[in-house]
Design a protein around this ligand. Structure first.
Ligand SMILES: Cc1cc2nc3c(=O)[nH]c(=O)nc-3n(C[C@H](O)[C@H](O)[C@H](O)COP(=O)(O)OP(=O)(O)OC[C@H]3O[C@@H](n4cnc5c(N)ncnc54)[C@H](O)[C@@H]3O)c2cc1C
Length: 453
């Protein structure tokens, strides 16, 4: 096994910045990512974008080119297409490139595997023609593809960002259904003064203005979203001010915010907590990304949703922290200044978290035949009696229903099951137990591990 000082999993802003800082200080660093190119979610495909000549993805997107260019430095090995499926806190890692496994080892491990969209289980969400907003953006960034005349439904900054990117691409939007509870606006105002001078706040306000000026019909205070159709999407319906509305459409893009990809850190045994402020399981980390395990860092959105700029700052801080641990030096002025910048971002984040706190009824709707686990086709009516007798134990719900036993291993449905439990007053759920391998692997890959030993 090749030995490194640090292995970083995930080449988004957090992973790229931590890997670069450590490599520049002389550490031997390996950076692994399953994607073909560096960038993570926000800077996906930035080094080979089909949209390089256009302004569709806006100025912020191109910051990713600088981070990706910085990876070309001494001591840093970056391997794309590298899907990490086994990791131990001792630093042993197994990953596969084109189904060919390889084992590596390091003194320190940094998890920078980012976030995913919060799964939503509303009637009709499994129909062809329904995408998540993030999936639509992945098509746009990686292939320059856009859906025709979609309805966008949900809540959170990404919903509005993708709406504006669609408009910049010359596409029309049929309607934007905003499910942000109206009470959130009132509650968020208290957190506004602390973030008043943050430039991202004004960028966000400009997005909202541009979408209105483009004539997109925006409906606020939407609830009870349902997507109708037999073989594919034919209509969307919702409630607003006590009335039910219908709209014919063929494509619906849904989104209710992001949740951290905690499974990697959980499988290693890192401590976690449940955040009612962000309705998500999170990994307990210090500001520099140290987890409860001394050899493991968790940086960026995989520990807690902080956004792209803060993820990059956390990556740099984690890198400097690791370098400093080796030397025993005091925190430098640079670190103190980065920490101040990070705190500024976190003040804005508190406002965004409060404004876009999702309502459980928008994450999973109480309609018995709605599918929650699409891998094993488990519906709400099967789950409810099991949840009510589970005392908040997701593993018991899983073993009695098979919900979470399919290829996604609960990454999609566990949030919906937890939302159903909360709505029934069942005590706070622990995330279900994570087992290795972290992603599905083939028997051929396992056999190749044996051969390579
Ligand atoms: C679909 C989607 C779209 C988004 N678009 C935007 C946007 O346009 N603008 C914005 O401001 N924010 C966006 N965000 C939020 C954004 O992800 C971040 O705030 C930022 O990218 C977080 O950086 P990160 O480095 O923590 O993680 P990420 O950028 O998510 O990078 C994580 C990386 O880890 C890799 N990875 C994960 N698991 C493994 C594994 N097992 N093996 C190997 N590699 C692995 C992934 O391939 C990915 O490249 C988006 C989020 C999502 C989910």
């Amino acid at each position: 096994m090749t030995q490194y000082d640090l292995i970083v999993v995930g080449a988004g802003p957090a992973g790229m910045s931590m890997a670069t800082v450590c490599a520049k200080s002389g550490m031997a660093v390996l950076l692994l990512d399953e994607q073909p190119r560096p960038g993570g979610q926000i800077y996906r495909a930035v080094t080979k974008s089909r949209l390089a000549e256009s302004n569709i993805l806006k100025q912020d997107y191109w910051r990713g080119s600088e981070l990706a260019a910085a990876l070309k430095c001494d001591n840093l090995t970056y391997i794309p297409y590298a899907r990490v499926w086994y990791a131990r806190p001792t630093g042993d890692i197994w990953f596969s490139v084109a189904d060919q496994p390889e084992g590596v080892s390091a003194k320190h491990l940094a998890i920078a595997v980012g976030a995913r969209e919060r799964p939503i289980a509303v009637p009709g969400w499994t129909l062809p023609g329904v995408f998540s907003v993030g999936a639509a953006q992945i098509l746009l960034k990686s292939a320059g593809l856009v859906a025709d005349y979609p309805v966008l439904a949900g809540s959170g900054p990404l919903l509005y960002l993708v709406a504006s990117q669609y408009l910049a691409a010359g596409k029309k939007i049929k309607a934007l259904l905003d499910t942000t509870p109206l009470s959130n606006y009132h509650a968020a105002i208290k957190a506004l003064p602390a973030s008043l001078f943050h430039s991202q706040l004004y960028k966000g306000l400009r997005l909202l203005r541009d979408i209105r000026l483009a004539g997109v019909p925006v409906h606020n205070g939407v609830s009870d979203l349902q997507i109708g159709g037999s073989a594919f999407v034919q209509e969307v319906s919702w409630k607003q001010s006590g009335k039910t509305h219908h709209l014919d459409c063929e494509t619906v893009l849904i989104h209710e915010g992001l949740v951290p990809n905690v499974e990697f850190a959980l499988a290693l045994g890192c401590e976690w907590s449940w955040s009612p402020e962000r309705v998500a399981w999170e990994i307990n980390v210090s500001a520099e990304g140290r987890t409860s395990l001394s050899s493991v860092y968790a940086v960026g959105d995989c520990a807690r949703i902080v956004g792209a700029d803060a993820s990059e700052l956390q990556g740099r801080l984690a890198g400097l922290d690791l370098v400093r641990r080796a030397t025993g030096n005091q925190q430098s002025e640079l670190e103190q200044s980065l920490m101040r910048d990070l705190n500024k971002h976190m003040r804005l984040r508190r406002f965004l978290d409060r404004l876009y706190l999702p309502a459980d009824r928008n994450i999973v709707m109480n309609e018995p035949s709605t599918v929650v686990c699409r891998c094993e086709n488990v519906t709400i009516e099967t789950l409810i009696p099991l949840i009510e007798s589970s005392q908040g134990n997701l593993d018991s719900v899983k073993s009695h229903s098979r919900c979470g036993m399919g290829p996604c291993q609960g990454r999609m449905c566990s949030h919906s099951v937890a939302a159903l439990a909360r709505a029934r007053g069942v005590p706070a759920c622990a995330p279900s137990r994570q087992r290795l391998p972290l992603t599905p692997i083939t028997l051929k890959e396992l056999a190749a591990v044996e051969d390579s030993k």
